[in-house]
Design a protein around this ligand. Structure first.
Ligand code: PA5
Length: 454
């Protein structure tokens, strides 16, 4: 069960257009269901019926493939970026893995890549490379390095048995490479965008390799998708209307606050989902995520007394799978005897309740989403909840939530810098001016001499 609690946002919502936005939900739901929005994102609505439309034969092939890769090696490197890795990482971080899973291709940090390559230098690993376009530089570069290592250790034919590609069914460099090299491959449905793809092979294969119950994940998501209705009583839509109303009333930032360390990755996934879907046409709440109570000791001051432009959404798990009791501890030297014998969850729940109260009284309206347990069905349900919510809130806001044109700008500049052949740089004029700007830089000397010689 997921519960959405709006109690601490009710007062703030009174002075907003919340009711009017709720009234628009049936029309926007119809637009989501029919794909009738005239903008390009309507071509990417396949996520709505995803668990149901998964081909049973392909689903079974993913389970078989995961079992095969688990047999081949105890380690798997998953290469992908953005929507092509965040869902798998969030799920594996949340639920754990009985294999060693490493992620690559989501940065181009030479030191981190070198560390990973050193760790897997024996070649005892498999690779799942994921890219819908098949051309994403970060992922393609990482894959080239991983492939080279495997080929060096095993030869081209054996290396190919250790590689699985997940990409567009029709074209793209990765699809062609998979065909030419004979990699097992899976298709990302063309009508599902990257950040909505956790319930396709993009998420499901790595999650299955980790030994996680993908049936449960899919069942949890399906339950939430099935309940979608043209009504503000559908919790994802009510959440969408509330955050949109608060945004339109002047709030600029939404903080997703998790009370469970294992859910930090869900915060990262959520940031991409909402950030890429809504941050356009100079609008959209900035999605930030924090981990409580850890961040109460770093960002707590800012949240309590900083600019009042924030709303907060708490994400809490009701029943922890483990719950140590605080020991009796002798003579009360640490002053904690009043907690002796009480479960840690009681402290966590008190921290949650206290933070919600403190931040509300400090001027931050907050909402609470509670998941019954930290398990596969609840995670699947959360993914579906937020996907439904962002579709609704994007359309309520007036943007096209299923495109991400702004991501191209940095890529074009990077390609121009790297001299990628055949690329057209739309902002070439601005780039020229930018390069000619006067340099303003200050240096601070750092003494790197050997301490022994100082
Ligand atoms: O949501 C999206 O579409 C993006 O974040 C993509 O997932 C990301 O840019 C990676 O793209 P690709 O899968 O084509 O490598």
């Amino acid at each position: 069960m997921l519960t959405l609690d709006l109690t601490n946002a009710t007062a703030a919502l009174v002075a907003t257009d919340f009711d009017a936005l709720c009234d628009r939900i049936p029309e926007v739901h119809a637009r989501i269901e029919s794909g009738s929005d005239p903008r390009p994102g309507s071509a990417y609505l396949g996520w709505r019926h995803l668990p149901e439309t998964l081909d049973p034969a392909e689903f079974a092939r993913q389970i078989d493939c995961a079992a095969r890769l688990r047999e081949v090696a105890p380690r798997c490197v998953v290469a992908g970026i953005g929507g092509s890795y965040l869902g798998a990482k969030a799920t594996i971080d949340a639920l754990g893995s009985d294999q060693t899973i490493r992620f690559a291709g989501h940065h181009v940090d030479p030191e981190a890549v070198a560390e990973l390559l050193a760790e897997i230098d024996d070649g005892d690993f498999t690779v799942v490379v994921i890219s819908k376009s098949g051309t994403t530089t970060e992922t393609a570069v990482a894959f080239r390095l991983l492939r080279e290592l495997l080929v060096r250790r095993h030869g081209a034919r054996k290396a190919a048995e250790r590689i699985v590609a997940i990409t567009d069914p029709e074209g793209g460099a990765l699809r062609r490479l998979a065909g030419a090299e004979g990699y097992e491959s899976f298709a990302i449905p063309p009508d599902v965008g990257g950040r909505f793809s956790v319930l396709t092979p993009v998420g499901l294969l790595p999650i299955a390799i980790a030994g996680i119950d993908i049936d449960g994940l899919v069942a949890g998501a399906a339950a939430v998708m099935r309940q979608a209705a043209p009504s503000p009583d559908y919790a994802p839509y009510r959440y969408a209307a509330a955050r949109t109303a608060l945004h339109q009333a002047g709030k600029r930032i939404e903080v997703l606050a998790t009370q469970s360390v294992r859910l930090a990755g869900v915060g990262e996934w959520w940031k991409q989902l909402f950030g890429e879907s809504e941050g356009k046409e100079a609008s959209g709440l900035f999605p930030a995520s924090v981990q409580y109570t850890t961040d109460l000791h770093s960002l707590g001051q800012w949240l309590q007394e900083g600019p009042r432009e924030v709303i907060e959404t708490f994400l809490a798990v009701e029943s922890p799978v483990a719950d140590p009791a605080i020991p009796a501890g002798g003579d009360d030297g640490d002053g904690l005897t009043y907690l002796a014998g009480r479960p840690l969850s009681e402290v966590n729940q008190a921290a949650l309740a206290a933070t919600r109260f403190a931040h509300l009284t400090g001027g931050i309206p907050n909402m609470l989403i509670r998941a019954g347990r930290r398990d596969a069905p609840h995670l699947g349900a959360l993914y579906a909840f937020f996907e439904r919510a962002v579709a609704m809130s994007g359309y309520l806001l007036g943007v096209d939530p299923f495109t991400q044109p702004g991501v191209e700008q940095y890529k074009q500049a990077m390609f121009a810098l790297l001299g990628k052949p055949g690329t057209r740089f739309a902002a070439a004029g601005q780039w020229q001016q930018y390069q000619e700007r006067p340099t303003v830089a200050l240096e601070v000397a750092v003494d790197t001499a050997d301490p022994a010689r100082r």
